[in-house]
Ligand binder design. Structure first.
Ligand code: GLC
Length: 548
């Protein structure tokens, strides 16, 4: 029996950039309530909101100062309750982002912990003495610089996998885990439909902290390589499942960078800790090791095809997969996969077809349904994203020029995913009556919900069509996934088969190849992003869904 979240379409919403109803330049919960009908028109049944809890916003809400609160910039807890109930009326459930690896340094837990070495919360974070008057290890934080920051009060360092203002919680302490589960249960009681669990691979620390082999001229090594996915981590995560998820009609999707396809069964298989897991092999093709923007590796469509196959195969008989090409941490998919594409609309449609027809729950990211493109702000000072600054500084320290470092930021910055939602062609794209916290993309006069809704050939209407197909064709949700043409280097082709239907999906992600594929005939063509389709012949960036 399939669960509701396996049949639906999920939408990741970046509240700060969605719709501002207060005129402050940042989105509000009331803005989301206003646009629920829009989300319903996309067939969305689950909305994952990035964090809206009280936060100093060093990392746009991923630094939480109170796990059971709403940041005043977003509105009130009453607004949140109204959102949950209004969404429910439209068949939409609200998914909460749990940031449990770390808190804000302004969280009262940390403020207490840092006071002394013997206060009741002294062991709630990861504290270590200096080593020879310096940091305890040579680990580099994910946003750059040392992963350790000195605390005067305690005369000790604390560990932060991300920014200095995001101290890591000590999961080895059962009181910490209890407090986190209680916070999650607060949201279950409020009516949350599920959880996205942030940066979960870092919660279990190694037993012994040692220096690593430096991977850069700064003499440091990425904290990821030293601490991610430690043995025993799944014990904690199963405990989370028992204490929070079990017994409720909700889903959990963990952000778990670095979990490989063959480990997926332990994480999301029938005895796994979560329902789904975001891993990044298909969106990090240019980073074979850690994500270093100034040193991307080359990749091809064959690589993309291979990693998509790996995750489909790994969850085929055991587990479920969240399909995504964009999120709030990644560049826009058209620019990412097709950096110099002459036909971005076809490219976006082909990717959309893949997103909505692979086996799993599609996660559409705000703006993806409008075919959003990357932004290129003129100076590093125009960027808000903390990781863009860290990567820029790192590139300079590795000998790149300012121009080169800025080019890396243009290519990979997280701000490209975070520019305001473009509702219409009015000033600030209808996002705010104030000054937007991040500039609106200059293309908003033509790329906006109102204009695209009126154009039958637009990417927005393409997504609506795909949503209808998913609703009307059970093979697209419950069907098995069977690869066709596994040996073809770059044509992605598969069947989705259930008791009543057999559909073939053929996608040519190349920009120059015209194919002649050995394919049988079909009964009808359900979807096609070009005017015609001749059997076996796919033109560049063409995709079709065939009923066999
Ligand atoms: C996750 C979030 C990202 C955030 C980081 C630290 O990767 O997706 O936006 O910066 O965790 O919380």
């Amino acid at each position: 029996m399939m669960k509701w979240w396996q049949k639906t379409i999920a939408y990741e919403l970046y509240p700060k950039s969605f719709l501002d109803t207060a005129g402050n330049g940042t989105g509000t919960i009331r803005g989301i309530i206003q646009k629920l009908d829009y989300l319903a028109s996309l067939g969305v049944g689950a909305v994952w909101m990035t964090p809206v809890c009280r936060s100093p916003m060093i990392d746009n809400g991923y630094d939480i100062a109170d796990y059971c609160s709403i940041d005043p910039s977003y509105g009130t807890m009453d607004d949140m309750k109204e959102l949950i109930s209004e969404a429910k009326k439209r068949g939409i459930r609200i998914v909460i982002d749990l940031v449990f690896n770390h808190s804000s340094d302004q969280n009262p837990w940390f403020l207490e912990s840092k006071q002394s070495r013997d206060n009741p919360k002294s062991d709630w974070y990861i504290w270590r003495d200096a080593k020879d008057g310096k940091e305890p290890t040579n680990w580099r934080g994910i946003f750059g610089g040392s992963a350790w920051t000195w605390c005067e009060e305690r005369q000790q360092y604390y560990l932060h996998t991300f920014a200095a203002q995001q101290p890591d919680l000590n999961w080895a302490n059962p009181e910490v885990r209890r407090a986190l589960y209680d916070a999650a249960n607060f949201w279950v009681d409020l009516g949350a439909g599920g959880f996205r669990i942030d940066a979960i691979t870092y919660v279990k620390k190694p037993d012994v902290f040692t220096d690593g082999e430096p991977d850069g001229d700064d003499g440091m090594v990425s904290v990821h390589d030293m601490t991610a996915n430690q043995p025993g981590i799944l014990d904690y995560l199963h405990e989370f499942k028992r204490e929070v998820a079990d017994g409720h009609d909700i889903f959990t999707v963990a952000e778990a960078n670095g979990v490989s396809a063959d480990e997926l069964k332990y994480w999301v298989g029938k005895d796994g800790a979560f329902d789904m897991l975001f891993e990044f092999s298909h969106v990090n093709l240019e980073f074979k090791g850690i994500e270093t923007w100034c040193r991307p590796d080359p990749w091809t469509i064959s690589d993309l095809k291979r990693v998509l196959r790996d995750s489909q195969d790994a969850t085929k008989d055991n587990g479920w997969y969240p399909i995504f090409f964009e999120n709030h941490d990644k560049p826009r998919s058209i620019d990412h996969y097709f950096p110099s594409c002459s036909n971005p609309l076809s490219a976006a449609k082909a990717l959309g077809c893949l997103l909505m027809t692979l086996r799993g729950t599609p996660f559409l990211f705000q703006g993806e349904e409008l075919g959003y493109r990357n932004v290129a702000f003129p100076s590093i000072d125009d960027y808000n994203d903390i990781s863009s600054h860290g990567q820029y500084d790192f590139a300079l320290s590795e000998g790149f020029s300012e121009k080169e470092a800025l080019a890396c930021v243009h290519r990979f910055s997280r701000d490209s995913a975070r520019t305001p939602m473009q509702w219409d062609a009015s000033e600030n794209a209808g996002f705010t009556a104030g000054t937007p916290w991040l500039p609106v993309h200059p293309d908003y006069k033509t790329v906006n919900v109102k204009a695209l809704a009126e154009d039958p050939r637009s990417i927005l209407n393409w997504y609506r069509k795909l949503a209808e197909l998913r609703r009307d064709h059970p093979a697209l949700t419950e069907g098995t996934w069977i690869e066709v043409l596994p040996d073809d280097p770059d044509i992605i082709a598969y069947r989705r088969v259930c008791d009543t239907e057999d559909l073939s999906i053929l996608i040519n992600l190349t920009e120059d190849r015209i194919t002649d594929l050995p394919l049988g005939s079909c009964e009808s063509i359900l979807l096609n992003n070009k005017n015609d389709y001749e059997r076996g012949c796919l033109r560049p960036l063409q995709c079709v869904i065939l009923k066999m």
